[in-house]
Design a protein around this ligand. Structure first.
Ligand SMILES: [Fe+2]
Length: 390
């Protein structure tokens, strides 16, 4: 554990022009240093003088993030501490790479650390302890949690602002009003989710409310279908992406879904890989249907898996692919657990599948037409200048 006392250096106060730029919905300049990235992010997370921020890393990964966060917290007049727990054989960015965070060694985060993080205003999770019991306990104690595992280029490209927050919350409101979501595409997808039994999720990359959670950087909305109430066909098209493989589908994959579970998988290589992945858990619940929703960041890149940060890949810190999950107007289909939304399926299997070119109906209203988001309140704001590094 490393204590980082308050430092004397103060950054200049935000000018009106800076504030306006932040409303413009533009990414940070790629040259922005990490300290500035986190200064701006923690400012959005409402860190104020006197606040305490706890930072969690594992196996020494993202040490540069921890250092930059400590400096940014000090710049904001707060104090911070940093805990690095042993890697304990945990997979790289294990949260959604086929092994759920609750099973990746975070059990070593015992009651003393849980209590310490719970007493912070903000915990920055650089490990991805999503959905773990420890994360829930920390939030219940009143701390807000910000997960951050994406490489610097993604943090800057998808950097959040007030405009993104407004649009994501508007998307969630539309989703919450709907009783039925139908998704279709030209490849043969036609699937219906009955909604309303379980909870909703929105992410725009800022955690500013006590007990809250968000993932910097991301922008999406999601929910899950009611029990046994997802039916139809999902056809993955070439170019759609399958996580945990982080692979662009090369040949169509046809998934038949009956009463909330996958009943058949047809296609070539990709269908075989998906079938192997689901079968590997030896768990009938792996075939359950999980969350469904769409991405909201117009700066996200579909080709991000191909232009990735190679240094980050080599060091096992490439993130979990938030570009495609956040890609504006893409639909994210998912299999596996629904327990995080209030359901009973807590299988360890989890597959996220961002799909492009889909149409989405909420009840009788078309909200996404072949990947084009229609409601005016979800549209990106007027473009402004890039936010320059200070
Ligand atoms: Fe997921």
């Amino acid at each position: 554990m490393t204590e980082n006392p308050q430092r004397m250096r103060r950054l200049p106060p935000m000018t009106a022009a800076t504030a306006l730029r932040r409303m413009s919905g533009m990414p940070l300049d790629p040259a922005t240093d990490l300290r500035t990235v986190f200064y701006r992010e923690l400012e959005l997370c409402a860190i104020r003088p006197g606040d305490t921020v706890g930072v969690l890393t594992q196996g020494g990964k993202r040490a540069a993030y921890a250092e930059a966060i400590a400096e940014a917290v000090a710049d904001l007049g707060g104090s911070s501490f940093h805990v690095d727990i042993p890697s304990d054989g945990a997979p790289d960015d294990g949260g959604e790479l086929g092994v759920r965070a609750a099973q990746t060694g975070l059990a070593t985060l015992g009651p003393t650390l849980v209590e310490a993080f719970g007493r912070c205003e903000l915990m920055v999770d650089l490990v991805f302890m999503l959905w773990s019991q420890q994360q829930l306990e920390i939030r219940r104690a009143g701390a807000r949690v910000l997960t951050c595992v994406e490489p610097p280029a993604v943090l800057k490209r998808l950097f959040p602002d007030a405009n993104l927050e407004r649009r994501v919350l508007a998307a969630r409101a539309l989703l919450e009003e709907a009783s039925v979501m139908r998704i279709s595409d030209d490849a043969g997808t036609d699937v219906t989710y009955e909604l309303g039994q379980y909870g909703y999720l929105h992410q725009y990359g800022v955690s500013s409310d006590p007990g809250g959670w968000d993932h910097f950087a991301s922008a999406l909305v999601a929910t899950v279908g009611a029990d046994e109430a997802v039916n139809g066909t999902v056809v993955l098209k070439p170019g759609d992406i399958v996580f945990p493989y982080s692979r662009y589908v090369a040949e169509p994959v046809r998934l038949e879904i009956e009463r909330g579970r996958v009943t058949s998988i047809d296609g070539g290589l990709d269908a075989g890989l998906i079938g192997d992945y689901l079968a590997s858990f030896d768990d009938e619940r792996a075939y359950g249907i999980s969350h469904i929703g769409w991405g909201m960041n117009e700066h996200a890149r579909w080709d991000a898996l191909l232009i990735g940060d190679w240094d980050a890949r080599r060091s096992g810190t490439a993130g979990i692919g938030m570009d495609s999950r956040s890609y504006f107007g893409s639909v994210m289909f998912s299999t596996g657990p629904n327990v995080e939304f209030g359901g009973a399926n807590d299988t360890a299997s989890h597959m996220d599948v961002p799909m492009r070119g889909c149409s989405v109906w909420l009840d009788d209203t078309l909200v996404i037409d072949r990947g084009r988001v229609l409601p005016e309140e979800l549209a990106p704001g007027t473009a402004g200048p890039r936010v320059a590094a200070r």
